[in-house]
Design a protein around this ligand. Sequence first.
Ligand code: HEM
Length: 508
Amino acid sequence: MQTTKLSLLIKLAANNRNIVRTVVSSNSVTVNVSDQLKPLTQIPGPSSFPIINQLHHFLPGGSLYKIDGFELLEKFYKEYGPIVRLDGIIGGTPALVIIFDAESAAQVLRSENWMPIRPGFHSLEYYRKHHNKSREDSLKPTGLITDHGDNWKQFRSKVNPIMMQPKTIKLYSSALDEVALDMIARMRSIRNDKNILEGKFDIEMNLWALESISVMALGGRIGCLDPNLAEDSPERKLIQCVHDIFKVSDELDFKPSLWRYFPTKTFKRAMNLYDEQQKLAKHFVDKAVKELKTKSKSDEEDSVLEKLLAVDEEIAYIMASDMLFAGVDTAANTIIATLYLLATNQEKQNKLREEVTSTHDKRSYLKACIKESLRMMPVVSGNLRQTTKEYNILGYRIPKDHYLTFAHSYLSMMESEFPRPTEFIPERWIAEKDDPLYYGKAHPFAFSPFGFGARSCIGRRIAELEVETFLARVIENFQVEWFGPPPKITPASLNYITGPFNFIFKDV
Ligand code: HEM
């Protein structure tokens, strides 16, 4: 009896030490809580077995087999609620908690805003830091996508003032407009007698996106829209390579794969692709740097590349190369989504045409159309973080170093956040405060297509300017129509719109 009492007391004392601990809870204040927080294992989620965890659900016959993207998020939310646990798979996907609650997203993203860690692209990180690299090389900066901690912080603080500066970005307005007009001419030239573009529409939009981002990243045109562009040109090769990288990264970094134990076939393919991307990007950056050296100094303000080179040559190379990587499929899919939504909402398209053909400088409806498209069909569906501390999220203790994803693509389609969520209503972004559709009634973290805070998309302003410029020209020149069923969306790191692309472009 005595022994039982004693052991109970020892247990209680030990438990007390554990119970009163520091966790970050709502409103991002660090507090001591004598909490009753439930452990991670109690977070609702698909049933789990030892060793295989939840794998059986994703195999043929399993309830989640071949379900992905928005459909998967919807299934999770409806079945388990605002917080869902996904167990890791040995040698594959890491354990992950999916959050469908905007306030919890705000709590973590704000608390992690000093040096946020965004996991993902692990195989690319491995390639850049370790594949055929010396120990010394592995400590060097590798870029914003793959660096964390101090390396990331130093890199970002050097490039932020150049890449996030509206004044610098605006310098490119007329050059981007030239690209847009050339793309319109190209679209006319590859249209058939039914006003449908011949060839692959997604590749066409990628060519526009690569040409546009090159103007920004390299300070000049690279010739993607040349009618005689060869199938094996470096431009087309880069587009295909980036596309394959996003796919291969999805296989290696987010699906079960044994590459962390031995070099699998996909891993070897990935290393070759990363190599190829690096070489192709270097080909374009080298060319641009050479041209800069021969260019006589003008009164014009320095380009992004010149400014980056003035700060640090190594950083300039990495950043320019990452822009050619991160800025192509993202912008291309955003323009495809927006065109699709405008083609299937003719009265909105006509309203937009009125604005872009008017003499007004302010293009608030144009911006609203793009925002609405990013709300309904975002190219990135969730924001990912690796926690650097413990959290209390909805009554569960989330340990340090755990992966959390905030499903903003699902949150922004919730009726409670955005009324009539499945309708394309750009007006909600410019409505007055007393309008029931006014966007400000939604939680600010329910719409987050470019991520959040210090780690948010560094190309945001660039992407917005590119998409606005091209979209305005398309709508000014064409009545865009759509026939047949909606396009398919295939998630592979990004949400790829994979067609069929049933667009009709009639002259206005
Ligand atoms: C509509 C187009 C785009 C969308 C929707 C988009 C979205 C995103 C998102 C969601 C993130 C993660 C942010 C976070 O973790 O908080 C990100 C990061 C990033 N994006 Fe974009 N992006 C777009 C275009 C671009 C362009 C054009 C560039 C090139 C200039 C670019 C370069 C990057 C880079 C380098 C990062 C990593 C930033 C860091 O970790 O510090 N993106 N983007």
